[in-house]
Design a binder for this molecule. Structure first.
Ligand SMILES: O=C(O)c1ccccc1NCC(=O)[C@H](O)[C@H](O)COP(=O)(O)O
Length: 267
């Protein structure tokens, strides 16, 4: 039996092949060029850097309806309203799941959430082909995710180059020391440590603590997953993470603005 991440990536490769057959790359490239005119990249890394420079936390707030580990997280799911709620609560950036089979995401959710606010947006998906990067820019995304556990070094570099060519920022995500060493071969300064093991779905925020000492000072460390309280953020900040990617704990709240504000309040 294959692990969760392998299944997601296998399905994603089939899905991308179908999308390529339905819509040629040249057409998506034209849409990406048009998006550069109407929705130019908003500077995802720049926004996080500015928050940290100003002495605040950089919060990437995730719009996530469901997940493989938790099933349905939020039934009352309105991406533009959630984007505004996150903005009102002090989020720096948004992350929007576009994967449909495993997260009940949709490309349209990214478009609608981004149109509702002025925050930079991460297309949160499983990138296995440069075609998806062009798609991301065509949708208006400002940043894409590279999961080192999903890709070889050559594939990661190819996807990063495709993103940079589109003017997109890149969040590279690792879960262990070997992935961290490989991620440091990439150009992006934005380095996420996922506290969730995407193969087993086990979450342990000690993962960020264990890897943080090996993250060079020229990288911006993002602690991802399993963060619920201001004390969790303070614990991550102690080892040098000033930026956070948070989904479920905020998505489960009735008042997302108040919950975001409360999460960002001093511990
Ligand atoms: O969340 C999952 O169950 C999951 C399963 C398989 C691959 C990826 C998965 N999640 C992606 C993420 O790591 C999170 O959406 C993100 O870091 C936010 O985590 P959380 O705050 O715990 O929702």
């Amino acid at each position: 039996m294959s692990d969760v991440l392998t299944r997601i990536n296998d399905d994603k490769r089939a899905l991308v092949a179908a999308r390529k057959a339905a819509r040629p790359l040249s057409e998506v490239e034209a849409a990406a060029r048009a998006a550069n005119e109407t929705n130019p990249p908003r500077g995802f890394i720049r926004a996080l850097g500015a928050a940290v420079e100003a002495g605040r936390y950089g919060l990437i707030a995730e719009i996530k309806k469901a997940s493989p580990s938790k099933g349905l997280i939020r039934a009352d799911f309105d991406p533009p309203a959630l984007a505004r709620a996150y903005r009102g609560g002090g989020a720096t950036c948004l992350s929007v799941l576009t994967d449909e089979p495993y997260f009940q995401g949709r490309d349209e959710y990214l478009v609608a959430a981004r149109a509702a606010v002025d925050l930079p947006v991460l297309r949160k998906d499983f990138m296995v082909d440069p075609y998806q990067i062009v798609e991301a820019r065509a949708l208006g995304a400002d940043c894409i995710l590279i999961i080192m556990a999903s890709l070889s070094d050559a594939q990661a570099a190819e996807i990063e180059d495709a993103a940079l060519a589109q003017g997109l920022d890149v969040l590279v995500e690792v879960h262990d020391r070997a992935e961290l060493d490989r991620a440091l071969l990439l150009k992006t300064p934005l380095l996420g440590v996922n506290n969730r093991n995407l193969k087993t779905l086990a979450v342990d925020i000690a993962t960020t603590e264990e890897l943080a000492a090996n993250v060079p000072p020229d990288r911006m460390l993002v602690a991802e997953s399993g963060l619920y309280t201001p004390a969790d953020l303070a614990r991550m900040a102690k080892v040098g993470a000033r930026c956070f990617l948070v989904g479920e704990s905020l998505m489960r709240q009735a008042d997302v603005t108040a919950a975001t504000r409360a999460l960002l309040a001093p511990a």
